[in-house]
Ligand binder design. Sequence first.
Ligand code: ADP
Ligand code: ZN
Length: 432
Amino acid sequence: MIWNREFETLSRKRLAQLQTKRLQSLVRKAYNGNPFYRGKMDAAGVKPTHIKDISDIVKLPFITKAEMRDVYPYGLLSCDVNNIAEIHTSSGTTGKPVVDAYTKKDLEIWSEVMARTLASGGTTAKDRVQNAYGYGLFTGGLGVHYGARKIGAMVIPISGGNTKRQLQIMHDFGTTVLACTPSYSLYIAEAGKEEKIDFSKLPLRSGFFGAEPWSENMRKEIEEKLHLKAFDIYGLTEIIGPGVAAECERQDLLHVYEDHFFPEIIDPGTGEALPDGEKGELVITTLSKEGTPVVRYRTRDITYLDHSKCGCGRTSVRMHRILGRTDDMLIIRGVNVFPSQIEEVLLRMEGVEPQYQLVVERRDNLDYLEVQVEVSDAIFSDEIKNLERREKQMEKELHEALLIHAKVKLVEPKAIARSEGKAKRIIDKRVL
Ligand code: ADP
Ligand code: ZN
């Protein structure tokens, strides 16, 4: 279902006009209202008057996560602090958090793009949305909450964790829509199986999963185990939280809400623009944000864009599901590989559970990758020689598909720690 037909099906020409107008106003506000942006633009020799068309966006300097952290907490504010209605931040586990400050209008836009997201997977006012994303400063919880409220659905604001309670509530209240990280949805499925819950008997019908990378095969697993249709949703704190892009009912590529967020793909090494279909780093500009506008943010997420028409009728550009993050990319003896690519290969094999961890070590200046992956009880209790045969087979397939040499270690069910939020896939023991 298309939530906002007017804006989601704008002709490309009208869309470009709207984007141009919004970019001009954004750049004017950032230049005149924010010393940090003014300094950056002056250094790059660009003035607001140089922006005559949306394509002029390439004249503007990029902004990185490190720069955002440097101006913590209020350095990106481009309006009076009294106009800020709500604050969110990134988790800040690797340094100072990044701040997203929303005016009332920004919150309305957030609700709007999240309503689009949930509606494109078929959510209506009749749905009961179990929101198991964390509430609080993390954007996942409240983002989904606002979108579901806008649609008029019933929200169950349970937040993440307490899996038994999730199952109880799901059963008792007749949840129809589940929202959480993809890894947590599998955790819920597993716990439900132990409690002998038959998901096919529950009214669950769709799920909105994001905040971490996942693969097509993982989608299949989730859909089979939970008996629902699983949609990929994408967003990040720096931009607005969830609600930047989402899959439509075709479950193919993710429509970017381009009237609010302008995407570009660049070569992460040179910063040069890349054409449709070529993988690179996603750069996003917030075209309409008032509180903390963001000009050409380097997301470090790897994907590609596709401007071809989608059968659903939306006219926006689409992006491929995130292939990885530049900072999650493992370089194993010169070969670049992302956890989601390994996941895709592992899950092709029967009896393999979507629970895995990648352990990287360096010995004598060489990188060693060990892939630890859970297998079903039946397989794990098989004879040692059969287990070894399977490990060798997986090593061969990983090498054929990704050209990496990895050691595969099959582990018993539940051996890998579960997460209630984002899964931790990489354990990097290298001391560089
Ligand atoms: P943090 O994890 O730093 O607190 P966020 O929660 O804002 O910050 O995380 C945003 C990041 O999460 C994105 O840049 C991207 O790497 C990842 N992400 C979000 N949604 C998806 C998705 N659907 N698929 C893959 N990765 C995603
Ligand atoms: Zn579509």
